[in-house]
Ligand binder design. Structure first.
Ligand SMILES: [Zn+2]
Length: 152
């Protein structure tokens, strides 16, 4: 995986901790999959507690009309991203996803709705455009931001 074309860029630990500290609706997972944590990129185990918050994945200094916050779950307690950020986690593979491609000014270049099993191919296709620097992945159905993806 060392020659990977992409790296997942999940929520930073500092942002996640700030959102936990600000608080939000507490949810206890009663099914799996169903409660995807956007820091560790796992679906919560039944009984695990999550907080539902809003997250804006754009860099704060970027002026883009596409800026928006999306709902995300985070485990209530601190967790850590997986080691393998150059691989698609099961959390994404099992869902239908909306993938949006942006250049470094925050202009949208392309977008598609794909099955998670096709995310790999979509990443390759979108990054074939050299202007594309960042992909934003959302759950197609409920609109939750899932992760951002940058070039490897
Ligand atoms: Zn987590």
């Amino acid at each position: 995986m060392s020659n990977s074309t992409f790296v997942l860029n999940p929520i930073s630990s500092s942002t996640a901790e700030a959102l936990r500290a600000a608080g939000g609706a507490i949810n206890v997972a009663d099914s799996k999959p169903g409660y995807p944590c956007r820091q560790c990129l796992r679906d919560a185990e039944i009984g695990e507690e999550l907080v539902l918050v809003s997250h804006d994945p754009f860099a704060p200094n970027l002026e883009t009309p596409y800026r928006s916050a999306s709902p995300i779950f985070l485990h209530s307690k601190s967790c850590t991203p997986p080691d393998g950020l150059a691989a698609i986690p099961e959390q994404l593979a099992v869902r239908q996803l909306s993938v949006r491609s942006f250049d470094d000014t925050g202009h949208m270049i392309d977008a598609a709705v794909v099955d998670g099993t096709d995310l790999d191919a979509t990443i390759v296709e979108f990054f074939a455009d050299q202007a594309a620097t960042s992909l934003h992945v959302h759950n197609a159905h409920r609109g939750c931001w899932a992760t951002s993806i940058v070039r490897g």
